[in-house]
Design a protein around this ligand. Structure first.
Ligand SMILES: Nc1ncnc2c1ncn2[C@@H]1O[C@H](COP(=O)(O)OP(=O)(O)OP(=O)(O)O)[C@@H](O)[C@H]1O
Length: 702
């Protein structure tokens, strides 16, 4: 087991953060070595890229090998990166894109790594084919992101937890004071101060049962503070985890359901995950952690009542005043002589007489107004009693209301709503609590599924096949298509070719070291790229762009691309130094494109011959050298080296080169300069034509 801080990029602080997240160093290192990018990314501030580099570095240390152990040259790494870039094009998310970076070509000595990817790839290719890239499924798959465990903890201003002794107080403060107030109440006369201003009071000790609470307070009691679960005291926290990750969780559930329904056991070990049940509970909440509308009719009613209360009362009072106005307009007061005398003598007030006259009609309007408000706000009996005190018992015109009574009514409704909401939230939190760990595992699995599915999708899209791994040295294939050409929409000629001892080798032609000669633009470099792609993919455990392929896995891959022009002395020397590494005894595949351009033809033919001899003598390596100097090279060696050729068959009616892109075994291909000259001679006129014809005749003379 390696130490966390041995991994480059992991300092003291980073190690602590990782250990805090995973629990201990051993679990952390195991997660990193397992490539558990999803869990590593759950830590705030750690990017996918950094997580991937941790995995690479840790694996390299644990195996005592460099990451690029198999890929020995810059061009070999380029091929790997370009192939990986194509696969990444199928990644449904940024996470999957990054995680694909942990797929590397492994040397044959790490066959178990190759085998495990091969097995996984076959499964995923089958799943991808079966699900057939259903757009709905693909959309859900793409919605899954690593879970965010860093979401704002809810601040609950109207809740207080009262504790009865300093130990409970300290414990509760540490646990809960981030979310709501915690108070110490050791004596009954401290109670009122501690709870005033809070509508939701939680008592954490039975001694509070004996204390007298104000009549409008309805405290909750929990018997054992330390035994209480999070969902009992801060259900909002549990809800927050699900709400904050709602999209990812619901999308993951859908992915799991679809894969299960398609008959695959990929997620079977997630036994605790019942997508229907979890989805049903999640229907209660929205992304902000609030209860969704339409879930609890009582809560909806209270929400609406509070929201519409002011407008409803305002409109009802306005209409009532108009109605009173109309009543007054129709009224006339006739005073009898006696009344006049009593009024003058002060025995009765004119005001009283007037009030008496309209009292019944006025009160009827007030009664109707209350009824209307009660009905529009759907008030229950308790609230209707409070509504009574909103209206005065004496006559006012225009109709006036008691604003403090309106406030009390509102407060009463708000308290009721809070109470109902917390009851509901607690129920949802209790139901969801048990799924926190299973859901975390599920999302991790679905994220890994994204990666596997991307590979499966790539395999289906390019119609790839799993290569057969053989004991012998060599690589051979049928119907192979260069992925880089496929991506550029060129119409591709499938290639059949074999180097070394494969069942595709022509009879008596199983040499593993060959020179590939041929026409300019015949496809020699494309064929080298194709062999490099197949070699890299096969050593990654991935399928290859061939109808069938056999490969003898090896330890290293060298790819030397064509150099641009003759090299100066320094560059020539460093190229030779690079090539010297080919001399070590390990089995390898060596691909070289036109090495002759490093120096003048005679010298380079000797150098190439020397390198080829060395490779051929070891008999454990496959090598393909593209060269325009096959005869010159062969003159310089006695070794058993095969020369194959890609030949141009001539010019077509449009004067384009007609090439057979499939190499011919044991065949030195004719070069094309004469065909190019021929084409120029036919396409030009006048002096130019004369010039090209002169050159063409030179070929014919020889
Ligand atoms: N199998 C194929 N199917 C279709 N087109 C191909 C195939 N192989 C190569 N080509 C086309 O031929 C072009 C030239 O190929 P490439 O560069 O591999 O030839 P080359 O023999 O290496 O040429 P040169 O000798 O000039 O370096 C490519 O760009 C590609 O468009």
């Amino acid at each position: 087991m390696i130490n966390l801080q041995d991994i480059p990029g992991v300092g003291d602080k980073m190690a602590q953060r990782l250990i805090k997240h995973f629990g201990n160093e051993e679990i952390t290192v195991t997660a990193i070595l397992d490539g558990d990018i999803a869990s590593i990314c759950e830590i705030e501030g750690i990017s996918h890229r950094f997580a991937v580099s941790l995995v690479h570095e840790a694996r390299a240390i644990s195996k005592g090998k460099e990451v690029s152990e198999f890929l020995k040259t810059r061009e070999a790494r380029d091929i790997y990166e370009k192939v990986l870039e194509i696969i990444k094009g199928f990644a449904p998310s940024k996470y999957a894109r990054e995680k694909l970076n942990i797929y590397l070509p492994y040397p044959s000595s790490q066959m178990q790594e190759i085998e495990s990817v091969r097995q996984m790839t076959s499964e995923y290719t089958e799943i991808a084919r079966k699900i057939n890239f259903d757009p709905g499924f693909m959309e859900k798959l793409a919605e899954v992101r690593p879970l965010s465990l860093k979401y704002p903890r809810p601040k609950i201003r109207d809740r207080v937890l009262i504790t009865a002794n300093s130990q409970d107080f300290e414990y509760a403060r540490q646990q809960f004071s981030d979310s709501f107030s915690v108070q110490l109440v050791e004596l009954p006369d401290q109670l009122i101060d501690a709870i005033s201003g809070y509508s939701h009071i939680i008592c954490s000790h039975r001694s509070f049962l004996e204390m007298e609470f104000p009549s409008d307070v309805d405290p909750e009691f929990i018997s054992d503070l330390r035994q209480a679960e999070e969902w009992q005291i801060i259900p909002e926290n549990t809800i927050s985890f699900f709400a904050h990750n709602l999209h990812t969780i619901t999308a993951s559930l859908e992915v799991v359901r679809t894969v299960k329904n398609a008959g695959y056991e990929t997620f079977e070990h997630l036994g605790d995950i019942d997508p229907d049940r979890i989805e049903h509970i999640l229907l209660n909440i929205n992304e902000t952690g609030s209860l969704r509308q339409g879930i609890d009719p009582e809560i909806d009613r209270l929400r609406l009542s509070i929201e519409h209360m002011d407008r409803c009362i305002q409109d009802a009072v306005k209409d009532a005043t108009s109605r009173i106005s109309r009543i007054l307009e129709d009224r006339k007061l006739t005073l009898s002589g006696q009344d006049m005398v009593r009024a003058i003598s002060g025995e009765i007030e004119i005001r009283d007489m007037l009030e008496r006259e309209i009292y019944h009609s006025y009160m009827e309007v007030v009664r109707d107004t209350k009824k209307r408000i009660a009905s529009e706000l759907e008030l229950d009996q308790k609230s209707i009693i409070l509504l009574d005190s909103v209206f005065f018992t004496h006559i006012t015109y225009p109709l006036e209301i008691d604003k403090s009574a309106v406030r009390s009514l509102r407060q009463q409704l708000e308290h009721k709503l809070e109470r109902k909401t917390i009851e509901h939230i607690r129920k949802v939190a209790r139901d969801l609590h048990q799924y926190i760990i299973p859901v975390r595992s599920m999302v991790k699995e679905v994220l890994d599924f994204q990666v596997g599915f991307a590979i499966g999708h790539f395999s289906c899209e390019y119609d790839l096949s799993m290569p057969v791994l053989i004991e012998n040295t060599g690589i051979g294939f049928r119907g192979a298509r260069n992925l880089f050409l496929s991506s550029s929409n060129t119409e591709i000629t499938p290639i059949d070719y074999s180097v070394g001892d494969t069942s595709f080798s022509p009879e008596d032609n199983s040499e593993s070291v060959v020179i590939l000669s041929g026409v300019n633009s015949g496809g020699k470099t494309s064929l080298l790229d194709l062999i490099a792609q197949c070699t890299v993919l096969a050593h990654m455990g991935l399928p290859v762009p061939c109808l069938d392929m056999e490969i003898g896995p090896c330890e290293k891959m060298y790819y030397f691309a064509k150099s641009k022009g003759t090299l100066d002395a320094g560059a020539f020397e460093s190229t030779l130094v690079e090539f010297s590494s080919v001399a070590d005894p390990t089995d390898k595949i060596v691909l070289v494109d036109e090495l002759e351009s490093i120096t003048e033809p005679g010298a380079s033919a000797r150098i190439i011959a020397g390198i080829l001899e060395m490779l051929a003598e070891k008999q454990n390596s496959a090598a393909i050298f593209v060269s325009h100097l096959p005869e010159l090279i062969m003159e310089n060696t006695e070794c058993n080296i095969r020369v194959d050729g890609i030949e141009a068959e001539g010019l077509d009616a449009e004067l384009n080169l007609v090439v057979d892109r499939n190499p011919r075994y044991n065949y030195i291909a004719r070069s094309t300069p004469e065909l190019i000259v021929e084409r120029l001679a036919r396409r030009t006129e006048g002096n130019q034509k004369i010039f090209y014809e002169k050159l063409r005749n030179k070929f014919h003379d020889s």
